[in-house]
Write a protein that binds this ligand. Structure first.
Ligand code: HAS
Length: 550
């Protein structure tokens, strides 16, 4: 039912779907251009403008707004009503993010910021774009701190009780986000805004890219962790099981907090100006951050097996037949998990220096991030949407909606499979990413490369079209669940699924709750991995003039 807290959560979710709508339309256009179906977009709809809108709307705006909606709903569910102050701060953050977003999106649509979602210097956008970004980051901090304040208030009022797992995960994710954003805030406020305002005429590119990736890699875990929260906290309940280990789940979040920041150089392996020793350190730390994902995979298999055995499954793999594939709340994240297996392998390939030399800046990387964030994460968000929206609006979720939901997620999975496989293959054949000239001026050699049976650019628009159909169905289903479905009676109410622990008597070790300790270790690792190279960049890396995109 609609409480004041649920209204806040709903505001985040509804705006998330607005950005999803804009971003997925741009996705279709791009697929058509990259596949050579549309030779060239009209001049007012330049390819790079579309690509920037696609990346910013989906990777930055849809994800963040969705995550905050999900988190606010979850902390309300597990730790009770927000205090008036906390709720006001949540709304304050929301509006700051909206103002920042409008500034950035309008600037992009006006063609004054076709700098892509990574806004690498020396590409220079209008100052409104950067100021919008800065406001958006500050807004996200305000809302994030509000959620954490709710958790710590709860903890104070219940000193003897184990902190709820969901709230714990919200704190871990927000600490990760706030620490990560320091990098992007530094480059935007100290480098890019003065430069785009004309106060400085040159910019230290290596430093700005380093500060960006200091933020950019933990950004991907900021997307992933809410999906993991759903996997750990809700999936066991949906499959009729229990959380395999509460402590393991907490430990995996701590490991993400510690290891996901000092690894940004694995995006810069091909860049000169950073010593190989420093790249080596950060690659080693990247391999450490794989461990909590392997722990999560292990934990999911354990939950599936124990839920299956509870339902009478026997043998090593009998549980496989007992999972509720007909329930979209489960099917969607489950398909996402399947995507995440090759996605994780691809990530390990990317971080291996010599292999990255082959795939860097090719469509392979685009394939990698479409099956990580575009499948594992987003399919988890779809699964959440089907119960969260009716939960927040007090409406019903009927069997026919579930069937349409299954159609939507299957379309997404098939479209994503076709498109991302093609991206990986084309990337290995050498197709570059981020180019509008996808038929390479009809160069016969390029056409020969990309028009085979296996490596064919046409798979991109085919996949993109199915993804587009799926996204429009998702938008329709969102609108239906939010505004049109019948109001639920007391019996029909859709609940927020929270699982019980397999062994509730086992309390998680107290040390896991010592946030200061974990943030301290995180800071030490960041200093170890970054301070010398950054000092070096400050002193030795030359500044460069910009390239105005408007
Ligand atoms: Fe990545 C580039 C390395 C994970 C997103 N990545 C990107 C970019 C994005 C992105 C957006 O080292 C492009 C940035 C740009 O625009 O330039 N990535 C990694 C590594 C991991 C990884 C080592 N990435 C992610 C996740 C993302 C994401 C997660 C989004 C959410 N990535 C890289 C590197 C680059 C990169 C380089 C730069 C490349 C370049 O050259 O530019 C790891 O975290 C992956 C660990 C994951 C696993 C998988 C565990 C499997 C699980 C599922 C279990 C399944 C079950 C179901 C239980 C080890 C948990 C099974 C049921 C059955 C019945 C079978």
């Amino acid at each position: 039912a609609k409480s004041k807290d649920n209204r806040l959560a709903f505001a985040f979710i509804a705006t998330a779907f607005l950005f999803f709508f804009i971003g997925t339309i741009c996705g279709l256009l791009q697929g058509l251009v990259r596949g050579g179906v549309i030779k060239q977009l009209p001049y007012w709809l330049d390819y790079y403008k579309v690509l920037t809108t696609h990346g910013v709307s989906l990777a930055l705006l849809f994800t963040t707004n969705f995550i905050y909606g999900f988190f606010f709903a979850g902390v309300h569910k597990t730790m009770g009503n927000l205090s008036a102050k906390v709720r006001a701060a949540g709304w304050g953050g929301f509006w700051l993010m909206i103002i920042g977003t409008i500034m950035a999106v309008v600037t992009v649509l006006a063609g004054d910021a076709s700098v892509l979602y990574t806004f690498y210097a020396p590409l220079k956008a209008s100052p409104f774009f950067y100021i919008g970004l800065a406001l958006w980051v500050i807004g996200s901090w305000v809302s994030g701190i509000a959620m954490m304040a709710h958790y710590f208030q709860w903890k104070k009022q219940h000193p003897q009780e184990t902190t709820p797992l969901f709230g714990y995960m919200v704190v871990g994710t927000n600490l990760l986000w706030i620490t990560a954003c320091l990098g992007v805030a530094a480059t935007v406020v100290l480098q890019m805004i003065p430069w785009s305002l004309g106060m400085t005429d040159k910019i230290n590119i290596l430093l700005s890219r380093t500060l960006f990736w200091y933020f950019g890699h933990p950004l991907v875990y900021f997307w992933l962790l809410p999906a993991y929260a759903y996997w750990y906290v809700s999936i066991p309940k949906l499959i009729g099981g229990k959380i395999f280990s509460d402590s393991l789940a907490r430990l995996s979040f701590i490991l993400f907090l510690i290891f996901s920041i000092p690894v940004g150089f694995h995006h810069q392996l091909m860049e000169p100006g950073i010593g190989e020793g420093w790249k080596f350190i950060q690659v080693s730390l990247t391999l450490m951050v794989v461990i909590p994902s392997l722990m999560t995979a292990f934990s999911m298999f354990a939950s599936f097996e124990s839920a299956g055995r509870r339902k009478g499954a026997t043998g090593l793999f009998g549980w496989w037949k007992k999972l509720p594939y007909g329930d979209v709340r489960f099917l969607s994240p489950f398909l996402g998990m399947l995507f995440f297996i090759p996605a994780g392998i691809g990530g390990i390939i990317n971080t291996s220096y010599q292999l990255d030399e082959i795939v860097h800046n090719t469509l392979w990387v685009v394939g990698h991030f479409h099956i990580t964030v575009g499948a594992a994460v987003v399919m988890s968000f779809f699964g959440i949407t089907y119960w969260l929206v009716p939960h927040l609006t007090g409406r019903t979720f009927s069997k026919s909606m579930n069937r349409l939901g299954i159609l939507q997620v299957v379309l997404w999975a098939v479209g994503m499979f076709i498109m991302s496989t093609a991206m990986h293959v084309l990337g290995l054949y050498g197709a570059p990413r981020r180019t509008a000239y996808s038929t390479y001026g009809n160069d016969p050699v390029a056409l020969d490369w990309f028009h085979g049976l296996v490596a064919n650019q046409l798979y991109l628009p085919i996949g993109a079209f199915l993804l587009f159909l799926s996204s429009m169905l998702m938008v329709y289903l969102f609108i239906h669940l939010a505004f049109l479905a019948p109001k639920a009676t007391a019996d029909e109410r859709v609940d927020f699924p929270i699982s019980e622990a397999e062994h509730p008597e086992e309390k998680p070790p107290v040390i896991l709750d010592k946030w200061k300790l974990w943030v301290g270790i995180c800071v030490v690792l960041i200093l170890l991995a970054y301070s010398v190279p950054v000092m070096d960049m400050l002193h030795h890396s030359p500044a460069s003039p910009g390239y105005r995109t408007w």
